[in-house]
Design a protein around this ligand. Sequence first.
Ligand SMILES: [Zn+2]
Length: 877
Amino acid sequence: MHKPRFLDQLAMELGDRDAFSVGFARGRRAFQPQHVEAKWARDRDANIKHIKLEVRLDFDAKKITGTATHRLSAIAGPLVRLEFDATELEIRAVRAGGDGGDGGEPASFESCDGKLRIALPRAIGTGEEIEIAIDYAGQPRRGLYFVGPDPEYPNKPRQAWTQGEDEDSRYWFPCYDYPNNRTTSEIVATVPEQFTAISNGALVGTSDDAAAKTRTFHWRHDVPHSAYLITLAAGEFAMIEERAGTVPVTYYVAPGREDDARRAFGNTPKMIEFFERVIGVPYPYAKYAQVAVSDFIFGGMENTSATTQTDSTLHDARAHLDFKSDPLVAHELAHQWWGDLLTCRDWAHAWLNEGFATYFEALWCEENLGADEFAWNVRQDREGYLDEDANHYRRPIVCNRYRTPIELFDRHLYEKGSLVLHMLRRVSGDDLFFKSLNLYCTRHRGANVITQDLQRAFEDTTGRNLDFFFDQWVYKEGHPEIEVSSSFDDKKKLLSVTVKQTHKTGDTIASAFSFPVTIALMDAQGRETRHRVEIKDREQVFNFVMDKAPKAVRFDPEHDILKTLKHKRGREALETELRHAPEAIGRGAAARELGVEGSPQASAAIRDAMLTDKFWGVQADAATALGTIRTAAALDALLEGLKLPHPKARRAVVRALGNFRGDARAASALAGIVATGDASYFVEAEAVLALGKTRDERAFAHLSEALGRDSYLEVIRTHAIAGMAELRDERAIDIAREFSAYGRPPRARVAAVGALARFAALKDNRRAEILDFMTPLADDREFMVRMRIPSAFAEIGDPRALPALRRLADRDLDGRVQRHASDAIASIGEGRSRVEEGQRLREDIDKLRDDNKKLQERLEKVEALARTSQSIKAKSK
Ligand SMILES: [Zn+2]
């Protein structure tokens, strides 16, 4: 599903860079409370082979009515009762035994607590087939979403779309709602006559009812898949048709967005051909459609052969300068094999869906943009995972202790899963890696999979035992923390490289990780020798005979291994790497390390790299480094960097300028960009925020003006709101209140919530008032706003927010909001206990001071007494 990173990215464009982490008390806590029980895959009574849904959507009443007909057989008969999932659905009648869904005998049933229990008219034996037809109706609160205009948002299109994953299909049709059953499916959907209804598989036909002003679409999908992948999306859409070989490729978007659709989705046919080639398995379905819908609650959802995408990904030519939909498109497309054709048997193994889709984003990036962009993509995954690990929690990738499945859809599942596949590729080599994937795919196509299936396919292909690999990376948690040092013995002409694994050991983490790694030795001209070594112990020393000491020792130069690394090296080594490393990823890392070193010479070397490196990412890292050095020379360099042609590099320059608080030159440059604008929305937005950070007196006027600018994803307006919070100007409180109102652009509202939280946290005298104002937003109709509230309240850290957070944690319909709310409750609790702890410490210190004073007084008395007695003694002598 969906890509939290995409949402993070959106949050970033919101001017709310840390929407999902700022606010929460930093530091690792347990993934789950101790009492959470293990969850196992469900038992199955029946093998459901086909589902036919005949449904009618009522857009005014936001209602669905219809019949769900299941053809199934008993797995181990005799079967006398059947149970389906059906949450908040009104079950009107059940018939059993018929053929074609119309006949059959009425069957008695009861429906309660989300279950529909059916007593079969007669027992059916093992393997015997039966049809169960269920007439039902519902006004779903989840699973099926109706969107449309209201007085505050009059231009919103009328649409309906479904979201089954993880276990929400039960809200819109009665079904066996767990991944470990696979069925063919069929939808006959009746919608208003001007609408198009899109579903899985091939379009069998359409029919019109002129009197009722409706149109009926009949779709049929003949490759078995799990219930959460069944989709229905309906609305007024323009359709664009392309082909990938023989596969019809279609994009459905709101009329008028056709150009944006081509910009966002246009690489789809090339991606299909690329994935077919590397997996060695042709695209397996009748067509591939992408439907862009409004108000979608994820980035995208890989419904089999008919992906739903957020319409936020549709963008204009200006946004296309530095924003691409390819990662999202590649992710959902990769799921058509990894997730849809092979499906995790239960959620504990969901990395087999999400880790794969995330890694295939990177593979497409490598194919399309080359090795350096690929490495940047992998770095983004690594940083995402390491942040979650350091600041939230640590868990094994395969993990069956969770409260709701959605909690597993985190950076361990996506990003770490992707990094594990990358390491598996490096361990196996490209040829055997893709051969193994092919075996895994062909052996298990059309089936449910667990991690052992993947391991077996790799072992059968490579001949290697991979128990250690899966144990340390997948079933255990964490990653190695590595320290590297080196010394050169001039007499023996011997270089010694010491590699230590310093992470804390325990039952849940490998005491020593085992992996092959490259050590590169570089001379002053940048010539290298590379050595492949096996790391397997807590401490190892590798010796290399050489005539003279290398200029730079580089451990894991391609940054393949998931790790943290401490490798203290001198400026000259870093400068050599910055200048000569063949991989941009190494040059960028050297720039960042040199920024920490911070000497004038380092600053000069970083400046050169920023202005001349051929990869934008290195230029951006160099700019970031200059922003941490913050000298006048660093500022001079950054001002030169404003002319960099690549918008992503320029954006980093602008961001770094925001670090020069109180500096008139930095502020003037930023104000100039805000006034004249930039070719890129994102550079312009970044300048708005950075100008706020400088707290220059001119900023408020510029930011107020920028509030009026329209841009892709509201990026300029949201950065203006965030910039006002950085400015700490209280006039911004009223502006943020205004922008938080229902009816304003949703992303601006989210940014306003962030700004209000910042003011409430900073201004003791305004806190209660702002908190009162914000509390109703916890019940907002807009999902994005509710999603932002928990971290906002956590940032404020005031216990008065707890009742609203408890309400969200207990009752919000979205599992992610619930999880954020319970994290915020914990965070406020920790904050409070830290305050109490501080109070206790202060009392202790006071008491110690008191004791100390008393002791001092007693000491003085004793000394005085001693002096007296001495003088008496002296006199008596
Ligand atoms: Zn996904």
